[in-house]
Every structure is written in structure tokens, then in C-alpha cells.
Write a protein that binds this ligand. Structure first.
Ligand SMILES: Nc1nc2c(ncn2[C@@H]2O[C@H](COP(=O)(O)OP(=O)(O)OP(=O)(O)O)[C@@H](O)[C@H]2O)c(=O)[nH]1
Ligand SMILES: [Mg+2]
Ligand SMILES: [Zn+2]
Length: 370
């Protein structure tokens, strides 16, 4: 049953790849069918580079998997554990099923704000990488943190490019104020500073994904941690210091010492996936204050006896933070309304189809009776 051409060099055990009890249980019925577990390293269109206990394989999604899902959302994504049937003769496999995800990162699909697009799965920790250059943006950090909180992964903030920042301490404390309790590392890849500290977050079988805008240095950090220039990096454009989207695919990299890293292409704008829980997590301070508001559903706008606005008035809470809270909440409302409208249209379409079918049936029956 074992595939031919098995190289002993690239054989690793499943735990090193991130396998654990969470996956073992749902895998049992697949094991009974003779399937094997594999982890998605690089997703291409319908073809997937896979890590298995027997080395690397190319896998193709089974037709069943393709047909049972209408959209691409039911297809494997980077970091997924899948059940494969290895080919008897070639170094290939068929992906028969996707195992339940321990955590999952999603965003609004580009151009379709009401559709959720899955980005990466089974991530333990996210390195949220920000550049301490002109691109530094606290609001963006806030948005990312809300989305990371929603994914089930733990956030670690990496403030990179310390070498070009005139006031690193100010940036660090402004960031710390947004995210109490989240580890913050200041790094510079040019001066070889700080990336060693990131290794503390890597351990056997644990998956770290690097997220952040294009050009902040995600791939450069991976190269530093790897000790080789494996990932392609590219200089950012002059003035606006925006990146050029150098990394174009998501990729799971097995670290030689321990752990797994996922490099991702910088997102032009990470759009928060509508989720009230995520909003609450990112604004724990506001939520705590809100317990003292007179009304349980206080919007902290014009309501009397509002503890949140009182905190802004006497300087315990930054006014900009409440503004951000309101802005994100409005965005969430807008999304929800748009989604409700879509659901209503879809329902209308179904009713119309059902009516038409009934009319056709009646018409045919009348004709048959003639
Ligand atoms: N000054 C400075 N430049 C850095 C630092 N880290 C990375 N860079 C540079 O920033 C540029 C972009 O780095 P990349 O690693 O390609 O950025 P990325 O986040 O992977 O970008 P995408 O793949 O487009 O998402 C490169 O020219 C790096 O050399 C740093 O600490 N300081
Ligand atoms: Mg990159
Ligand atoms: Zn209030």
C-alpha cells in the first residue's frame, strides 16, 4: 500500500506536521477505508502540494469533493488536513475529504463583500506583521486583531522595520494600548535585530501564519527564521512604501528546527468579516465599561448615563477608540443588512421557481386530460 519512490530524506512524522487528537477522531472512518492523512502545503487550482508521513505528494481533489460544493469555499485551503487515497503506481493521490478545521482565517471575498472567503486553516498563532514606516496604521492593526480573534488563532504583533522608525517606543506603546495582553515584538530584518525572539513562538507541530500588508517584510522575516533566502522578497515602492505583492501564493513551510510557517500574500485591505463576537473581543475595554451603562443595549451615542462616554469625557478611554468601535459596528450592520437582502432575493427566486414548476405541472395535467 505504501507509494513507490519513498525518499527517506523527506519523511516526517504526523505530529511534526501538526497532527493531533483533534484530527485523529474525525479521521477514523477514513482510516477504515484505507485513506491516509495529509496536510495541504500549497493549493493550486484543484491540484494540491501535500505533506504526508511518506513525504511530499501531489493531490487532486476528488470529483465528489468538487461537485458537492457549489463554490470554492468547500475546497481545501493551505493548512488543511485532508484524507487522501494514494495512487498505487504514481507519486500522486486523490483528496477524498477535508477534516474539520481547528481554526480558520477568513475575509470578505474581493469584490463580493457579502461572501466569506476562507484563507488558511489550522493556524495556532498569527504573526501580525506591521511596518514601522509610513505605512504604520493603528486602525489596520485593530481590524486585523478583530479578524484574528475570530479565527481561533492567537495573535502576536510584530512591528518590523524598526530601523526606519524615529520613535519606536511611541509606536510600541500606541500598539500596546490597542491590544492589552497581546505579545509585541519589535524587529529589524536589515539590522538582524529581534527576529530571534520570534522563535519562542515556534514549536514542534505548531503552525504560525504571517499576515500583514504587502511589503511589511513577511517573507523577509521567514527567510531570517529559516536562515536562507528561500522566499522571494521585493523592495517597496518609494514614497508610499506600499509593497508590490511579491508573494502570490499561500504556502506552508516546514521549519528545519521546529514548527510550521505559512507565508501569505499581503492583502490590499483586510476586510473585517462581520462578527459581533470578534468586535467584542477587540474592544474588551469598551465592553467592560458598557456593563455600567444604564441600558443593556446602549449604543454609547446619545443615551443617558452611558459609562463608555463618561470614560471618554474624563480621559480614561481614547475618543478615537470609541470612534473606531462605532465605525466597525456600522460596517458590521451594513454587511448584515446586505446579507439579509441577498437572502430575501434568494428566497423570492426559489418561490418563483416553485410557482413556475407548479404552473407547468397543472398545464401538463390539463393537456393530458384533454
Ligand atoms: N528597512 C527595512 N526594510 C525591510 C525590513 N524587513 C524587510 N524589509 C524590506 O521590505 C521589502 C518588502 O519585504 P517582503 O518580505 O517582500 O514583504 P512581504 O510582506 O513579504 O510582501 P508581500 O509578499 O508583497 O506581501 C524588501 O525590500 C525587504 O528587504 C526591515 O526590517 N527594515
Ligand atoms: Mg512576501
Ligand atoms: Zn453606553
Amino acid at each position: 500500500m505504501s507509494p513507490p519512490n519513498k525518499d527517506s530524506a523527506d519523511v516526517v512524522d504526523l505530529e511534526t506536521l501538526g497532527w493531533g487528537d483533534w484530527f485523529a477522531k474525525p479521521f477514523r472512518p477514513h482510516a477504515a477505508e484505507g485513506l491516509r492523512p495529509a496536510r495541504v502545503a500549497i493549493p493550486h487550482n484543484y491540484l494540491y502540494q501535500l505533506y504526508t508521513a511518506q513525504g511530499e505528494l501531489m493531490g487532486e481533489a476528488a470529483g465528489r469533493l468538487r461537485h458537492q460544493t457549489e463554490s470554492a469555499d468547500g475546497m481545501p485551503i493551505v493548512g488543511d488536513w485532508v484524507a487522501i487515497r494514494p495512487s498505487e503506481t504514481e507519486r500522486k493521490a486523490t483528496i477524498e475529504a477535508i477534516l474539520p478545521r481547528l481554526s480558520c482565517f477568513s475575509r470578505k471575498a474581493a469584490g463580493e463583500p457579502t461572501r466569506r472567503q476562507f484563507v488558511a486553516a489550522n493556524i495556532d498563532t498569527v504573526f501580525l506583521v506591521c511596518g514601522l514606516d509610513d505605512d504604520f496604521n493603528l486602525r489596520r492593526i485593530e481590524r486585523y486583531l478583530a479578524a484574528i480573534g475570530d479565527s481561533g488563532a492567537t495573535a502576536v504583533i510584530v512591528l518590523n522595520k524598526a530601523d526606519v522608525c524615529p520613535d519606536v517606543d511611541a509606536a510600541r506603546s500606541a500598539t500596546a494600548a490597542l491590544a492589552p495582553g497581546t505579545p509585541i515584538h519589535v524587529t529589524s530584518c536589515l539590522e538582524d535585530g529581534g527576529t530571534d525572539a520570534l522563535e519562542a513562538h515556534l514549536s514542534r507541530g505548531k503552525t504560525v501564519a504571517l499576515l500583514g500588508s504587502s511589503g511589511v517584510g513577511k517573507s523577509t522575516i521567514i527567510n531570517r527564521l529559516l536562515g536562507t533566502d528561500r522566499q522571494r522578497t521585493c523592495e517597496v515602492r518609494g514614497r508610499d512604501s506600499r509593497g508590490r505583492h511579491t508573494t502570490t501564493q499561500r504556502e506552508l513551510i516546514l521549519m528545519p528546527n521546529s514548527g510550521l510557517l505559512i507565508d501569505t500574500p499581503g492583502m490590499r485591505e483586510l476586510q473585517l468579516w462581520d462578527n459581533t463576537d470578534a468586535l467584542t473581543d477587540a474592544f474588551e475595554d469598551i465592553d467592560t465599561l458598557a456593563a455600567e451603562c444604564r441600558f443593556r443595549d446602549c449604543a454609547h451615542e446619545r443615551e443617558p448615563v452611558c459609562a463608555v462616554r463618561a470614560a471618554v469625557d474624563d480621559g480614561r478611554l481614547a475618543a478615537s477608540r470609541l470612534d473606531n468601535y462605532h465605525r466597525l459596528q456600522r460596517e458590521g450592520d451594513l454587511l448584515r443588512r446586505r446579507r439579509d437582502e441577498l437572502a430575501r432575493l434568494e428566497e423570492q427566486r426559489r418561490v418563483t421557481i416553485a410557482h413556475r414548476a407548479m404552473r407547468a405541472l397543472r398545464h401538463n395535467r390539463l393537456r393530458d386530460e384533454k
